[in-house]
Write a protein that binds this ligand. Structure first.
Ligand SMILES: [Zn+2]
Length: 234
């Protein structure tokens, strides 16, 4: 097996490694994307808060309505006593009149409060309805996306398993020293240990190679004198 063959093997190994890295990167992106839907989570949290506030206002409204009922019942009793004719004492009648007047003012205040609460409830109910359907839409879209991403991830994992198997086969005939050099350079050169030579130029650093270097690279494992990469004259 000649040297020429060796650099070619290293170049092909690099192509597998680059493809593997690209697919791993995409898989990481997909896994990150599948882990959280920021927009959906925010919409769900907002909706939950609105629902809580709505429930609180509905409770306040029910309570205010009970209070009003109580007050009206009490007023009816006071008025019955006031106009019923059974109370004769002028002092007591004045007191009852005052009580009715006071209750009427209280009643108006409670009615105003009820109207405000009803408006709040109506406004919140509208927001909850609107945002519920928004969350539903976002959830549906998210489910579709999750399914697509899940399919893509599955395909990527299959492709990565194939690449791994191919890499093992491809590395077998390469001498350990060459593999070691490749690994060191791969680390140092962001995955690109081997540079193709095109029109006498190293594609790793774009310098034109000296003729001697180029000739040696055709028949043996030579590193670029400028960027250190293994030269592959393809
Ligand atoms: Zn170079």
């Amino acid at each position: 097996m000649g040297r020429m063959n060796e650099t070619r093997q290293l170049y092909q190994l690099q192509e597998i490694d680059l493809e593997t890295e690209e697919k791993r990167q995409r898989l990481r992106e997909i896994e990150e994307q599948m882990a959280e839907n920021v927009a959906l989570t925010a919409a769900q949290e907002n909706l939950a808060q609105e629902k809580e506030l709505l429930a609180q206002r509905q409770k306040e409204l029910r309570f205010a309505e009970w209070e009003l009922d109580d007050l009206q019942a009490k007023m009816a009793q006071t008025e019955k006593r006031l106009y019923g004719g059974s109370v004769r004492s002028p002092r007591e009648l004045t007191r009852l009149e005052e009580e009715v007047g006071h209750s009427k003012a209280q009643k108006r205040a409670r009615e105003d409060n009820i109207i405000e609460l009803m408006e709040d409830v109506e406004r919140l109910q509208k927001a909850v309805d609107e945002h519920s359907s928004e969350v539903e839409t976002l959830s549906r879209e998210w489910q579709v996306l999750l399914e697509q991403l899940g399919t893509e991830a599955k395909e990527l994992r299959k492709a990565l398993a194939n690449l791994e198997a191919r890499r093992i086969e491809m590395a077998k005939p390469i001498p350990p020293a060459a593999l070691q050099l490749y690994d060191i350079l791969k680390e140092a050169k962001q995955g690109r240990a081997v540079a193709r030579v095109e029109r006498g130029m190293c594609q790793g650093c774009r310098i034109t190679l000296p003729t001697m270097e180029l000739q040696r690279a055709r028949s043996s494992l030579v590193q670029c004198s400028s960027c250190d990469r293994i030269l592959y004259v393809g």
